[in-house]
Design a protein around this ligand. Structure first.
Ligand code: DC
Length: 229
């Protein structure tokens, strides 16, 4: 099957948006309520960042990073990230890995390897896939596209609480500054920047609970699934 072509009956739900908008929480819940698979593409960029940090390679050297990836295996089984046979799920959520993931996700050598993998995963079976460029680049023909936002302050509050829950205590100002620099990097990189696809439904979750966002998305997906396109 050529890359990007889906099996009959297979559909994709793209969930894009800036860091900390709550994409993974709602995308995971939406996938579970639709009984389809959830794919967290940010975890793939994080796994690359983690390997780079562990190996001490120069993250700015794109060709070297590309060669490292050619010798890397990545599996996503039941919500876990398996890097070279090792479960790194619990190790890729630190602030340090976030910063490195934002940098290395701008490298063409990284994107040209991860994007085809994402297209293959989302073409075999129906998926909810979250990231930055899913509706605009990975699956421009996704059946459903959402662009989830929230104010930078609210995203920083959520991120600070999430980090604190894992024992990483950062000041609100530090988290807000990190969100600001990731927003800038993600939306200003040359290749596949964070952008709302013209046909994506934008949801501002600043004053919404995750449950409310999921219910809203689910209503739109169910209505669309009944439409015989
Ligand atoms: O969603 P996240 O914070 O786990 O993503 C980690 C980094 O990966 C983030 O800085 C942006 C990048 N990313 C990307 O460039 N494209 C994607 N489809 C998903 C994430």
């Amino acid at each position: 099957m050529p890359e990007g072509f889906s099996r009959p009956g297979v559909f994709q739900v793209a969930v894009d948006g800036p860091s900390g908008a709550g994409k993974s929480t709602v995308a995971r819940a939406l996938a579970s309520r639709l009984s389809i698979e959830y794919i967290d593409t940010g975890a793939m960029y994080r796994a690359v960042a983690f390997k780079l940090m562990e190996s001490g390679l120069d993250a700015a050297d794109g060709p070297l990073v590309g060669r490292m990836l050619d010798g890397t295996s990545m599996d996503f089984a039941e919500g876990r990230v398996i890097l070279d046979g090792r479960d790194v799920s619990g190790l890729i959520r630190t602030a340090e890995v976030s910063g490195m993931a934002s940098l290395c996700s701008a490298l063409p050598q990284v994107r040209e390897r991860l994007v085809p993998l994402q297209r293959a995963m989302g073409s075999r079976k129906s998926v909810v896939m979250d990231g930055r460029d899913i509706g605009s680049n990975v699956f421009p023909d996704a059946r459903f596209k959402f662009f989830l936002t929230a104010s930078a302050e609210e995203r920083a509050r959520r991120r600070q609480a999430e980090l604190a829950g894992r024992g990483e205590n950062l000041s609100f100002e530090a988290v807000l500054a990190d969100i600001g620099s990731r927003d800038y990097n993600d939306s200003h990189r040359a290749l596949n920047p964070l952008v709302r696809a013209a046909d994506a439904a934008e949801i501002d979750s600043t004053a919404m609970t995750a449950r409310e966002v999921v219910d809203l998305m689910l209503g739109m997906v169910r209505a669309g699934l009944c439409d015989p396109r």
